[in-house]
Write a protein that binds this ligand. Sequence first.
Ligand SMILES: [Fe+2]
Length: 127
Amino acid sequence: MVQWTDDLLVDIPKIDRDHQELFKMLNEIKAVTDIDEQAIYLNRFIQYAASHFRLEEKVMRDHHYELYESHRDKHEEITQKLADLLEKQMRGGAEAIPHEDLVKLIQFWFFEHTLNVDSCFKDFVEH
Ligand SMILES: [Fe+2]
């Protein structure tokens, strides 16, 4: 089980709630060893991430954030990487990613993006 830490908070409640939900979903993927189940949970994660990315993009547009396009491109990059993983898990056999690697990759993208890129949302919060 991966532990949530408050370093991941961006101080915008609806975005933090989504991140915590995605984090829970990551732990669900971690908990299932059956490859078909991994694909189901990964698919749910992808659906949730897609609507979450739209929410973040709306918040950035509403704040006229100047790095909006590069942030949106990063969302597209992650979406593509996740879709590739799902395709591999669905094909199964030799194409499938070992469970441990699958979890590590998603975990890495999640932490890297949330800590380094989504941290921009902290600037939107008025103090
Ligand atoms: Fe983001």
